[in-house]
Design a protein around this ligand. Structure first.
Ligand SMILES: *Cc1c(COP(=O)(O)O)cnc(C)c1O
Length: 396
């Protein structure tokens, strides 16, 4: 019999969510997650994935993954330290270091795991972490796990960061102090002010930690935000994911050899969770090769995003202040935002509404991520649907 405490907890909390319209029903995608997806038997133009370069369904990447399964099997068999480190893992890590311009890299099972792993392996309760208030949930959880004092600074507000860094140093309460930021913020598509963050870090001797999940494969000829600004020698931790632009699943930290050596002996998801699968590792290695060989996919991604942004703007939508392919369509009111997204879906565009608490109250938006795999025809069709629904709902 289920615990009565659990039953009443779930009944009350699920009931509250449902009555507030906040209970999220998850749509299963039938088949691959490409630029066109099938949901409930209906074909939709997909503007909701993080598959920026279309690599999740790329033929060359798929073939390599199939070959890796044939040569290495479906699972790594163990955690990395016991006997789960395959030649494929080492090859991927070498490639990641070259890609990021660092001495070394370590791969984890996901980007989320990376943040669980790396922050708490280095920071502890004698330390402090300066964290941008809009940082990703996995950074927030990683910080909490470390038991360091968490000091939030206002989003991309460099005066606030400088002031809080100064106070933290002058308090003499902390052993080490780290500054953590997303490289690209996923809700607005704005880029962190890395040159200023690094300058402040150098002035106050802060450790620097940049999670570039949405920047890798997108900025800096694919190598990410840090390389975009030429700061690869001045950022201690470069975090990336293999789950977004790289198209597979996994995450990594790139940095100095000593740091990576330490993470290999002290970071818990590395030590206590089974290694990435051969297929994911081989797919990621090839995807990175492709990024290093040519900027064709990035060029296409940026061309498509410029086209979609221009089209939405010309229709009269508020597309915020994104500096990256992330293209929000800011609606404001939560209910209208949800109705808008639902109607887009009815008409053939899959673009999800994002509302409070993920973004501030009154800042509801539908977020679009065009990819390199979208054709001009798909984008034109999406824009026509945006126009129709926008007019129907009186948004434009
Ligand atoms: C998506 C994301 C992650 C999680 O990456 P996964 O590989 O999907 O676990 C971590 N950090 C940031 C900033 C992200 O946007």
């Amino acid at each position: 019999m289920a615990s009565s405490k659990l039953t009443s907890f779930l009944l009350q909390n699920l009931g509250e969510l449902k009555s507030q319209g906040l209970f999220n029903v998850i749509d299963p995608v039938e088949g691959a997650n490409g630029p066109i997806i099938s949901v409930n038997g209906k074909k939709l133009i997909n503007l909701s994935s993080n598959n920026y370069l279309g690599l999740a369904t790329d033929d060359r990447v798929k073939d390599v993954a199939i070959e890796a399964i044939k040569s290495h099997g479906v699972g790594a068999g163990a955690v990395r330290t016991i006997n789960g480190t395959l030649d494929l893992h080492l090859k991927l890590e070498e490639k990641l270091a070259a890609f990021k311009g660092t001495e070394a890299a370590i791969a984890y099972q996901s980007g989320f795991n990376c943040n669980m792993a790396a922050i708490s392996a280095v920071m502890d309760k004698q330390d402090a972490i300066l964290s941008d208030e809009l940082n990703h949930a996995s950074i927030i959880d990683g910080c909490r796990l470390s038991k360091a004092k968490i000091i939030r600074f206002k989003h991309s507000n460099m005066d606030d960061l400088r002031q809080k860094a100064k106070e933290a140093v002058e308090s003499k309460q902390f052993n080490k102090i780290m500054v953590i930021s997303d490289g690209v913020f996923s809700m607005d598509g704005d880029i962190a002010k890395l040159p200023e963050i690094v300058a402040i870090a150098e002035a106050y001797d802060l450790l620097t930690y940049i999670d570039d999940a949405h920047g890798s494969g997108v900025l800096g000829k694919g190598a990410g935000t840090v390389k975009h600004f030429g700061l690869q020698d001045r950022v201690d931790f470069q975090i990336g994911t293999l789950s977004k632009a790289i198209g597979a699943v996994g995450g990594y930290v790139a940095g100095k050899q000593d740091l990576i050596d330490w993470l290999k002996v002290r970071s818990r998801p590395f030590l206590f969770s089974t290694a990435l699968t051969p297929a994911d590792v081989a797919a990621s290695t090839t995807a990175i090769d492709m990024l290093m060989e040519s900027t064709e996919l990035q060029d296409k991604l940026w061309e498509n995003s410029a086209y979609l942004k221009r089209g939405l703007k010309e229709l009269g939508f508020d597309i915020g202040k994104s500096e990256t392919p992330i293209t929000p369509c800011v609606i404001g009111d939560e209910k209208v935002t949800q109705a808008f997204s639902k109607q887009l879906n009815e008409e053939g565009v899959y673009a999800k509404s994002i509302v409070f608490p993920t973004v501030p109250k009154g800042a509801g938006r539908v977020r679009n991520i065009p990819t390199a795999a979208h054709t001009r025809e798909m984008l034109d069709k999406a824009l026509a649907i945006y126009e129709k629904v926008g007019k129907e709902l009186g948004i434009i």
